[in-house]
Design a protein around this ligand. Sequence first.
Ligand code: B12
Ligand code: SF4
Ligand code: SF4
Length: 237
Amino acid sequence: MGGLVADADPVSAIAAALEPSGLVPRGWFVTEPGLAPLLSDGASARAICLVGHFGGGFWPVFKAWWQNHPGLSEPLDSWSRAVIDPVTATLGCEAVYPSDRPWYPFQQWAMAAEGLKASPLGMLVHPEFGLWHGYRGAMLMDEFALERLGNRAPSGPPVAMHPCEGCAEKPCLSACPVNAFTGSGFAAADCRRFLASEAGLSTCMDVGCQARDACPVGRRHRYSADQVRFHMAAFGG
Ligand code: B12
Ligand code: SF4
Ligand code: SF4
């Protein structure tokens, strides 16, 4: 674990190792026996540390990297692996990613690690960053890596306040032009159909999901126009 082992505060050391990328350790938790993913040696992961971003902190770093790696079909996933895998290796952990199949329950992990709760849109809402945050990977730790992390108390869940509880009008629920958020889930097919239409191309595909944008929480952390277009192209394309 090199410099990270010697550090008095290993979680801060992970943060320092990720810092040039704009990614951050989002929090970690000790897993329940039998409910964690298996490591390559067949044992259950003992703890999981999520890696992600608040606002668009990583965007300029990713964009610069992407310019030097043209032609990738999933550039953000590739960059995430290029950043997270080396940090994970120095810790003696294993990394998994949101796009890995079968899908890992990243949002359930985030609720355990950070105490965040789901908004009516399905995305988890953060009291400070609102809907403007995401997850790029997770570090799975064995017993040994957990010990080397100092066996310190898990970081979460530190966030007690759930913004949606005090949000009487819930503007996120009435902003979608095709009412894709029905209360019984996300009508992804209706959304996609709209995104492919002329009206969708000149609205959501250009300036982002109007439902996400209607939330008043964390607006100053809203993604830049080109980051919004990138995510919409990845979803709607
Ligand atoms: C499949 C998927 C989708 C599908 C289907 C979503 C659905 N109806 O379930 C589609 C393609 C539609 C989708 C869309 C989006 N997604 Co998505 N998606 C995923 C993915 C890859 C798997 C979800 C899953 O089934 N996991 C397996 C189950 C077992 O895990 P889970 O934690 O229990 O899953 C929870 C979610 O399914 C959630 N859920 C249920 N309904 C919905 C609806 C929406 C819209 C979302 C976001 C979540 C959600 O409830 C489950 C229980 O907590 C996750 C990454 C991951 N590996 O989890 C991202 C993820 C959930 N998506 C995410 C995001 C940001 C989006 C988009 C906003 C992308 C964008 N455009 O920028 C859009 C939202 C729609 C929009 N109009 O913009 C983020 C959410 C971050 C957060 N703040 O919570 C995740 C975690 C990816 C990431 N890298 O951070 N997504
Ligand atoms: S608009 Fe209100 S209900 Fe919707 S996500 Fe934001 S805080 Fe929650
Ligand atoms: S992207 Fe547009 S159509 Fe899709 S859910 Fe958001 S507001 Fe609705």
